[in-house]
Ligand binder design. Structure first.
Ligand code: SF4
Ligand code: SF4
Length: 318
C-alpha cells in the first residue's frame, strides 16, 4: 500500500474501505487474518517495561543487539531512523525519538498472477507475520528496561513507515511509490517499533534505483488505475536523494485495489523484481513475469519516451 498523510482510524478498516467506495474483496483467509490482527495482536502492542535497565557499552552496541534480535524474530531487514514531524500522521503525536524499522519479504511465488486470491492473501499473511516480529521486538526491548511502542504494518500506526525506511537505508523510492530494496526488490512490507532507547541511526542509500526509474515505465504502463505518473512532480516534495518525487494518485489507486484483491500489480511487474535474488529458492517453479489481470488498462504512455523493454500488454495483443 502506498503511504497517505492521514492515518485511517484504528482497526476501522471497513469504514476506510467505505470512504473509498467500498471493498469487494471477499476472501475468507483475508477476513480471518484481519480479525486475527485485531484479536490476537492489538492487546500486545503495549506491555510492562522491566525495572532493571540493561546498560550497553555504546549506542552502536545497543543498535547491533536490537537489530540481531529483529532478524532472529523473522525480519528480512532492520534499520534505525530518527523520527521527524513529517514522519508522523496528521493528528497523531509521537514523543519517541527513534524508529526501528522492520521489513519482511512477500513471496514471489504468490504473485505469479495479479491481482489474485493468492496475492491478496500473501499481503495479509505478511501483515500478520510482520506484526508478530514487531510485537516480539517490542517485548524484547521492554525486557531490557526501555519503553517502546509497536507501530503495526496495518493495525494502528502513528508513523509513516516509508519515509522512515528510506532514512533507515532500506532502498530508494520507486516510481510506483513503494521502496525498492537492493536485495528484496519492492515485494516487502514495513512495520516499526518506536523508542527513546539510545541508538545509532542508519543512513539513506543511493544504489542508482531512483535514476533507473526515470528511464523505466513498466509499473506506469501496467497500472490499471492510471495512478502512476509519467513525470516527477516538483509539488510532491523531494525524496531522500533530493529528487522531486513521483506522486502516485492514491485517489485512483486505493479505490481500485479495494475492489481488485489489493491490486499490487505494480510490485511484481517492477523491473527490480526480475533479479535472481528475488526469486524463490525453495524449489518452487516461478515465472519470469506475472500474469496481469486488468479490466480497464490505462492509456499507453508516450511511445517516444525511452523505457525498459517489456512483454506486451494484453490490450496490445487483442
Ligand atoms: S492501482 Fe494497482 S498498479 Fe496502480 S498504483 Fe495502485 S496497486 Fe499499483
Ligand atoms: S517498474 Fe520501473 S519505473 Fe516502476 S518502480 Fe520499478 S524500476 Fe521504477
Amino acid at each position: 500500500m502506498h503511504s497517505a498523510k492521514n492515518s485511517p482510524p484504528a482497526f476501522q478498516w471497513e469504514d476506510w474501505y467505505t470512504s473509498l467506495g467500498g471493498r469487494t474483496i471477499r476472501i475468507a483467509e483475508v477476513d480471518q487474518l484481519l480479525k486475527d490482527i485485531k484479536k490476537h495482536q492489538y492487546q500486545r502492542f503495549k506491555g510492562e517495561v522491566s525495572p532493571i535497565k540493561k546498560e550497553f557499552a555504546s549506542k552502536g552496541e545497543a543498535s547491533e543487539v536490537v537489530k540481531k534480535h529483529g532478524f532472529e524474530f523473522g525480519a528480512d531487514e532492520v534499520g534505525i531512523a530518527e523520527i521527524e514531524p513529517s514522519d508522523i500522521y496528521k493528528g497523531r503525536e509521537i514523543k519517541e525519538k527513534y524508529a526501528i524499522v522492520v521489513g519482511q519479504r512477500m513471496l514471489w511465488r504468490k504473485f505469479q498472477e495479479v491481482p489474485s486470491h493468492d496475492s491478496a492473501v500473501e499481503c495479509l499473511r505478511v501483515y500478520f507475520s510482520l506484526g508478530e516480529v514487531v510485537i516480539q521486538l517490542a517485548e524484547y526491548i521492554r525486557s531490557l528496561g526501555y519503553a517502546c511502542r509497536v507501530e503495526h504494518p496495518i493495525g494502528d500506526s502513528n508513523v509513516l513507515h516509508i519515509p522512515l525506511a528510506l532514512k533507515a537505508g532500506f532502498g530508494e523510492l520507486g516510481r510506483h511509490g513503494s521502496i525498492i530494496h537492493p536485495k528484496m526488490g519492492p515485494l516487502f512490507r514495513l512495520g516499526s517499533v518506536i523508542t527513546d532507547m539510545p541508538l545509532t541511526i542508519d543512513h539513506p542509500i543511493d544504489a542508482g534505483i531512483a535514476a533507473f526509474c526515470d528511464k523505466c515505465k513498466a509499473c506506469r504502463n501496467f497500472c490499471p488505475a492510471d495512478a502512476i505518473p509519467d513525470e516527477r512532480s516538483p509539488e510532491a516534495g523531494k525524496d531522500h536523494l533530493g529528487n522531486d518525487r513521483y506522486m502516485v494518485d492514491t485517489g485512483k489507486c486505493f479505490p481500485y485495489f479495494a475492489k481488485h484483491n489489493y491490486c499490487s500489480i505494480c510490485l511484481p511487474v517492477c523491473v527490480y523484481q526480475h533479479k535472481e535474488w528475488a526469486k524463490d529458492f525453495e524449489g518452487f517453479k516461478t515465472k519470469l513475469f506475472p500474469e496481469v489481470n486488468m479490466e480497464d488498462p490505462p492509456p499507453p504512455s508516450d511511445p517516444e519516451t525511452a523505457k525498459h523493454w517489456y512483454p506486451k500488454l494484453k490490450r496490445e495483443q487483442s
